[in-house]
Write a protein that binds this ligand. Structure first.
Ligand code: TEU
Ligand code: CA
Length: 657
C-alpha cells in the first residue's frame, strides 16, 4: 500500500471572533458540525443557514437574541471550540484508493451472546469458532469482536481488567488464536475492540494508583484532590454518559476520580506519555498475535481540555451530558491519533492495521478531519447523527423516519471527496433494533429487514452488519427490569425515578432504549435455548418462531437468504463496492433511488421507505432486475418497503422520464 503523504503544515480556517457572521461560523468545519447537530436536534434542515438574514447575523447578535434560552457565554464557548481547530479537510483528487477496508463487508459479534459451547449460558470463543463457517458462507470479509478481555463485566466487557488476557468465561488466549487463524483460513479478517479511553477500576494500573496516588500510576488517571472550601463538590459539572456526575469519590485516598462512563470505568489520562506508551505496547502485542486492526471505543474522548473546566449548561442540556465540549473533539486528539498510527498501527515497513474509531458526537466535517487519507489519523469512524431522528434520541419512544436517514446519507455523500470514506450501519450492541424503531408492525418485518439490508449493502461506503440483523432481529419484549442486565438501563431507571417519573414511565423509557435488545442470544435454531446454549442464557431471549438461522437458511424468501445474495452480488461487483453514487429523484418523498457506477458496471437501486404502495417512474426496459425483495414486483409501483436492484449497461438512463 502506498505510504500516506505527510500532513502539510497549514492553517486553513480564519480565526473567528464574535463580530463574525453566522455564515462564517458555518463555513468552519467544527462550526458546521455544531450547527448541523443543533438543527438536527431541533428537527430543522440545514437549509435554514442559507437564509441570507440568518447567515449574515453577527455572532454577538445571536448571543444577545439567544441569551434568554441558552444562558450567558454560549457563543463564547462555541467560538473557542471552533478556533481550536485551525485545519480544514482536503477533498483530495482522483478516485479513492481502493483499500481492502473500503471493499469489505464487516460483521460485528457480541461474543457473550453469539454461541455458547459449554452450556454455562455465556457465549464463548469455542462457540464462535464453531460458527465461523456460518460467517464465511454469509459472505463476510471482516469480523469485529466486541471485547473478549478479562473484565469484571460491569459494562459488557467495556471495562477491561487485563488487556492481554481473555475473559475466563470466554476461553483462553489459545482459543482466541484459533479464532484468528480460523478467520484467516476462511479468507476473513478480524479486528478486536480497543477500549482505552478508560479501564476497569480493577485494572492493575488503577489498583496501583489507589495504593500510591502520588506515585507513577496516580497520573495514569484523573485523580483530583477535593476543594478545601467545598470538599463535597466534584471538581467540575461533567456528567457520566450512564447518568449522574462524572466523578466518584475515593475515600481511601481522599481524591475524586473522573469517569465519563460507569463509576467503575475511570478515564485514562492521555496527557501522560506513559499511558500512551502502554496503549501502543498493547496494540503491538495484539498485532503480533495476528489481528488486522481495532474498532476503537469512544476514541474521540481521549483528549480533554486541560484544567477540566465546567461544561456549558445549555450544551449539556442539549446532548443530555454536561461537559462534552471539553472532550468530544479535544485539543490533542489529532496528535494522539497520529502517534498511535505511526508507532503502532502503521509503522514504517509494516502492513497497516485498520483503525475504525467509534466517535459519538463527531459530525461529517470533523469526521473528515479524523479520517482523511492525507491526515494520518483514523481510517473510518462511526458517527451517530443518523441514529437520532429530529428531536428524538435513542431514549425516546418514537418511530424512526427513514426519510431522515435518506437525507442524511445524500448530504454526507455529497460532502465527501476522494480522501474520504464513510461507514454504513444502523445497529450495534448499544442500540435497539432498527426494524422495531422504523415499524414494529409484524406484517412489515420481512420486507423492512430486506430493505435495510439492500440499503446497507448497495449504498456507497463500508457496511457493518450487527449480529442478528441478517435474521431481521427485533426488540425483545422484556417484561421487567429484572430481565435486563445492562448497567446503562439500570442506572437510567434509577435516575428517572429519582427525578420524579413514575415507575411505569421510567420502565417505558428504559424499555425503548435498552442496549439489551441487541444483546439477547443469537437465534441459531428454533426451540428453547435457540441453539445458543444448552443451559440458561445469561440474558433472556424468547423464542421467535421463523426467525432463526436454521429456519431461514433453507428458505429462499428469507431475510437471511436476501443478505447472502446481496453480499455475493456486492463481492462480485466493483461498482457496488467502489463505484460513484448518484441519487435520483431525491425530492420524491418516501422514495430512495440511486445509481452505482464504475467504467464497466452500473446498478440502479430503488427503495420504498414507507409502509404504503408508492408510484414510481418505470425502470428502463433494458434494465435487468438482479435482486429484489418482492420478486418481479409490479410495474410502476413499489409495494410497502419493497427494494429492487437493477443492473444496467453503463451510460444508459434507468428511468423513463
Ligand atoms: O459507547 C459509547 C457511547 O457513548 C454510547 O453509549 C453512546 O452514547 C450510545 O451508543 C449512543 O447511542 C461505547 C461502547 O460502544 C459501549 O458499549 C460502552 O458502554 C461505552 O463505549 C463505554 O466503553
Ligand atoms: Ca460458555
Amino acid at each position: 500500500m502506498a505510504r500516506r503523504r505527510r500532513k502539510p503544515e497549514r492553517r486553513d480556517n480564519p480565526h473567528l471572533d464574535e463580530s463574525a457572521q453566522v455564515r462564517d461560523f458555518y463555513a468552519h468545519p467544527v462550526g458546521r458540525d455544531v450547527i448541523d447537530k443543533l438543527l438536527l436536534q431541533q428537527g430543522h434542515s440545514n437549509r435554514w443557514v442559507d437564509n441570507p438574514i440568518v447567515g449574515r447575523l453577527r455572532l454577538k447578535t445571536v448571543a444577545w437574541l439567544a441569551r434568554p434560552f441558552t444562558g450567558p457565554n454560549l457563543v463564547t464557548t462555541l467560538v473557542k471550540l471552533v478556533n481550536a481547530e485551525p485545519e480544514a479537510p482536503d477533498p483530495g483528487t482522483g478516485a479513492p484508493e481502493p483499500t481492502w477496508w473500503k471493499q469489505a463487508a464487516f460483521y460485528q459479534i457480541f461474543p457473550r451472546s453469539f454461541a455458547d459451547s459449554n452450556g454455562d449460558g455465556i457465549g464463548d470463543l469455542g462457540g464462535l469458532l464453531a460458527r465461523l463457517d456460518y460467517l464465511a458462507e454469509l459472505g463476510i470479509d471482516c469480523v469485529w469482536l466486541s471485547p473478549i478481555y478479562d473484565s469484571p463485566n460491569e459494562d459488557g466487557g467495556y471495562d477491561v481488567r487485563d488487556y492481554r488476557a481473555v475473559m475466563t468465561e470466554m476461553g483462553t488466549l489459545e482459543d482466541l488464536d484459533a479464532v484468528i487463524a480460523g478467520c484467516h483460513a476462511r479468507g476473513m479478517r478480524i479486528i478486536l475492540d480497543l477500549v482505552v479511553n478508560h479501564t476497569s477500576d480493577q485494572h492493575e494500573w488503577f489498583q496501583k494508583a489507589l495504593a500510591d496516588p502520588d506515585g507513577p500510576y496516580g497520573d495514569y488517571y484523573f485523580l483530583l484532590p477535593p476543594d478545601p472550601d467545598d470538599p463535597e463538590q466534584p471538581p467540575n459539572n461533567w456528567k457520566s454518559a450512564f447518568s449522574g456526575p462524572a466523578w466518584r469519590w475515593l475515600p481511601e485516598v481522599e481524591r475524586w476520580v473522573l469517569h465519563l462512563f460507569a463509576p467503575s470505568q475511570p478515564d485514562l489520562n492521555w496527557e501522560n506519555p506513559r499511558v500512551r506508551d502502554e496503549v501502543i505496547d498493547l496494540c503491538r502485542w495484539w498485532f503480533d498475535r495476528g489481528i488486522d486492526g481495532f474498532r476503537m471505543d469512544v476514541i474521540n474522548f481521549i483528549s480533554k481540555t486541560p484544567g477540566l473546566p465546567d461544561g456549558h449548561d445549555f450544551v449539556g442540556d442539549m446532548v443530555q451530558v454536561a461537559g462534552v465540549e471539553h472532550y468530544f473533539y479535544g485539543p490533542r486528539l489529532h496528535e494522539f491519533l497520529r502517534e498511535l498510527r505511526e508507532r503502532a498501527f502503521d509503522p514504517p515497513g509494516g502492513t497497516p492495521k485498520l483503525m475504525v474509531g467509534e466517535t459519538p458526537g463527531v459530525g461529517v466535517e470533523t469526521g473528515r478531519l479524523l479520517t482523511g487519507a492525507d491526515r494520518g489519523e483514523l481510517d473510518l469512524i462511526f458517527s451517530f447523527d443518523h441514529l437520532e431522528s429530529g428531536s428524538n434520541t435513542r431514549y425516546d419512544d418514537y418511530r424512526y423516519d427513514l426519510e431522515l436517514y435518506k437525507r442524511y446519507l445524500i448530504d454526507y455523500q455529497e460532502r465527501l471527496g476522494s480522501n474520504d470514506w464513510l461507514t454504513l450501519f444502523f445497529e450495534n450492541h448499544d442500540n435497539p433494533r432498527m426494524i422495531s424503531k422504523v415499524n414494529p408492525d409484524p406484517q412489515h418485518r420481512v420486507a423492512l429487514g430486506k430493505l435495510l439490508g439492500t440499503l446497507l449493502l448497495t449504498m456507497r461506503g463500508t457496511p457493518f452488519i450487527y449480529q442478528g440483523q441478517e435474521l431481521a432481529g427485533i426488540n425483545e419484549p422484556f417484561e421487567s427490569l429484572d430481565e435486563l442486565r445492562d448497567v446503562e438501563s439500570h442506572n437510567r431507571y434509577r435516575t428517572l425515578v429519582e427525578e420524579g417519573k413514575s415507575e411505569d414511565e421510567a420502565w417505558a423509557q428504559v424499555l425503548t432504549s435498552s442496549r439489551d435488545h441487541s444483546r439477547i442470544p443469537m437465534r441459531w435454531e428454533p426451540g428453547p435455548g435457540s441453539g445458543f446454549t444448552t443451559g440458561t442464557p445469561w440474558l433472556i431471549g424468547r423464542e421467535d418462531p421463523g426467525f432463526s438461522v436454521a429456519e431461514q437458511e433453507d428458505d429462499t424468501e428469507s431475510v437471511l437468504s436476501h443478505y447472502r445474495r446481496l453480499l455475493a452480488l456486492r463481492r462480485r461487483s466493483t461498482a457496488l463496492r467502489l463505484g460513484d453514487v448518484e441519487f435520483v429523484d431525491a425530492d420524491r418523498s418516501g422514495y430512495f433511488a440511486w445509481f452505482r457506477t464504475t467504467g464497466a458496471e452500473r446498478f440502479f437501486v430503488q427503495l420504498n421507505l414507507t409502509d404504503a404502495p408508492l408510484d414510481i417512474p418505470d425502470a428502463d426496459p433494458a434494465a435487468e432486475l438482479v435482486l429484489a425483495s418482492h420478486g418481479a414486483g409490479q410495474t410502476g409501483t413499489l409495494a410497502p418497503y419493497e427494494s429492487r436492484v437493477y443492473s444496467l449497461r453503463p451510460n444508459t438512463p434507468a428511468t423513463g422520464d
